[in-house]
Design a protein around this ligand. Sequence first.
Ligand code: HEC
Length: 308
Amino acid sequence: MASGGRAIHEKWAFIFFLAGIGFFVTGTFIQGVLPIMVLGGTSKMKTKDQVVAEGFYKMQFPELIQLLAMYPNLWKKYYNVPDQYFYTSPPAVQKQIIKGVAQAISDGRWIYMAEGCWQCHSQFVRPVSNESAYYGHVSVPSEYDNTLFLPHLFGTERKGPDLIREAGKKGAEWHLAHFVNPQYTVPGSIMPRFAKFVDLKDGKPVLTPANPNDAYASLNPEPTKYGLAVITYLEWLGSWYRPRFFDEWRKEVQEEQQNPQAMQAAMMSAGNSGNSSPSASNSNNPSSSSSSNSTNSNKTASPSGASQ
Ligand code: HEC
């Protein structure tokens, strides 16, 4: 009797043991090996450097160009980016700028994950409720097909607005004030403070002043390394999908490329104050009237002839 019971018990234990190994092997294959076999060969995702190079060459980054011009010292210090205007600098310098900006975007993304921004912000414009009227174009799969979306941060919660079309909506200075205290820019906001993104130099009085806006305005805040990375990331999000906005800016850049000397002269006269945005230096450019475009290109005999 007793020996019979033991035999049955051992039999079942052995069957469960085998079944366990079976499930383990099957699971490892389906969840681990199979995806690598299916996705590994077919999907050649663009790297972050490729994505950023494409953005620069397709002229999708007016905000990032401006960000580079606003904080040249910080870019040099944190990302080894030289203080030069992308579109008129030689290829080696362009490569260095691309590398630095790509690293900043990637860092910003890690910080976005680490700080839990995704718990309140989605990155996906849904095809319902006329969302596109507020956020911009409905998201499409190809937008996410690069390593800067691996893993994607679609998010499910929207305590704050969607951020996938954030580029160009605010400016760097708005983001700085918003990080110090979201209520400076959006009274009643429930977004937490991320003051560590901002170098307030003399930070103390700002957080509990009688009139916070005045106290903040009297400072001259700059982003910290993390802040610079996050702002770069935010200004990158959706930069690839703003069809309406670009034509003017592209025209400006093409004019600049055709007449690099005038461009450089304009940048010199704007000074190295670090506050010259591309559009600001362009308006100082004496030859900026677009009607003289064709004469300029004839005189300088630009070999690229990009706009022809
Ligand atoms: C507790 C939820 C919460 C967290 C966490 C959070 N936010 Fe927000 N965020 C909000 C809310 C609510 C708003 C809308 C009100 C406002 O603008 O402050 C907002 C607004 C914003 C905006 C302005 C968007 C626009 O176009 O109006 C940006 C940019 C932003 N958040 C970035 C971030 C970043 C970056 C992080 C992480 C470092 C973060 N948020 C973390 C709740 C959150």
